[in-house]
Design a binder for this molecule. Structure first.
Ligand code: SF4
Ligand code: SF4
Length: 149
């Protein structure tokens, strides 16, 4: 990977390897969400997709994720408008908006532990979808976000 590529190149210019490395692995995008059909606002749950490994905050079957979870979203530079629903801390959103990566980002900190310690990742609070009955999901809403927040 090119040195400090995230500061020197636009998202469209990244190699596949750089694109994957840019993900901080926080797991926030793998939390379940409900969208209000009228306002577009998002209700974010502390319940993570059934494929998320809560401890590592990584997808447990990344290669087959679209077969197993049809709602899983593939982020690409072409879908930059979709980035509005990502958390403000998300590395793709930061680069897309011309912001710097945070000091806790694994590319800068040398690994993910600092991110976990600071509570950026979902490790400390998420529960797996496998453990929550569908009729109890609404009880797990932790935030309501305007879609362009
Ligand atoms: S929110 Fe962004 S940086 Fe965090 S895991 Fe999802 S895509 Fe990666
Ligand atoms: S399938 Fe994997 S990448 Fe997609 S939302 Fe679930 S855990 Fe995240």
């Amino acid at each position: 990977m090119r040195e400090r590529f995230w500061e020197r190149f636009d998202l469209e210019e990244l190699t596949d390897e750089e694109w994957e490395a840019l993900c901080d692995g926080c797991g926030q995008c793998c939390l379940l969400k409900f969208q209000d059909e009228e306002t577009g606002d998002l209700a974010v749950l502390n319940v993570a997709c059934e494929l998320l490994d809560i401890h590592s905050c990584r997808c447990s079957d990344y290669a087959h994720r679209f077969e197993k979870v049809p709602d899983c979203t593939q982020l690409t530079p072409e879908r930059i408008d979709d980035f509005r629903w990502l958390p403000k801390s998300c590395a793709y959103r930061r680069v897309a908006e011309g912001r710097k990566l945070a000091a806790w980002h694994p590319l800068i900190a040398g690994g993910p532990e600092r991110m976990h310690r600071k509570g950026i990742s979902v490790r400390s609070f998420a529960v797996s979808q496998r453990e929550v009955p569908e009729d109890e999901l609404e009880e797990h809403i932790i935030a309501i976000l305007p879609i362009d927040a």
